[in-house]
Write a new protein. Structure first.
Length: 123
């Protein structure tokens, strides 16, 4: 085990893309900030052990141990969502159809549902 001494706001690098920052030190507790790629899962040890235990338990379940109606519930298709209602906006001689507010708004709904489409959570 490598043991390092760090003070508040100092950083430890793990590889090229994982940073561990000492955020705060209060008595016998140290707060760490960890910046890592999304593909790297970061958990406290007790949470990691609980996840591993649950995964082992789930892997030991046999199909015949599952409720009989579970398969039919999972296999049944979800009800179809209703189609959005089309909105007709008459063309105005002074502005024309391309500049109507409704049509501009309709063009803006094709982007990502949340945020700007950037899935990088690093600030």
């Amino acid at each position: 085990m490598l043991v390092l001494s760090r003070q508040r706001d100092e950083v430890i690098m793990i590889g090229d893309d994982i940073e561990v920052t000492v955020v705060d030190i209060r008595g016998d507790k140290v707060r760490l900030g960890i910046s890592a790629p999304k593909a790297v899962s970061v958990h406290r040890k007790e949470v990691y052990d609980a996840i591993k235990k649950e995964n082992r338990n789930a892997a030991q379940v046999k199909p015949e141990d599952l409720p009989t109606d579970l398969g039919t519930k999972l296999a049944s298709p979800l009800p179809a969502a209703p189609a959005p209602a089309a909105t007709q906006v008459p063309a105005s001689p002074s502005t024309g159809p391309a500049s109507s507010a409704a049509q501009k708004s309709a063009r803006n709904i094709s982007g990502p549902a949340y945020g700007n489409g950037n899935n990088n959570n690093n600030p």
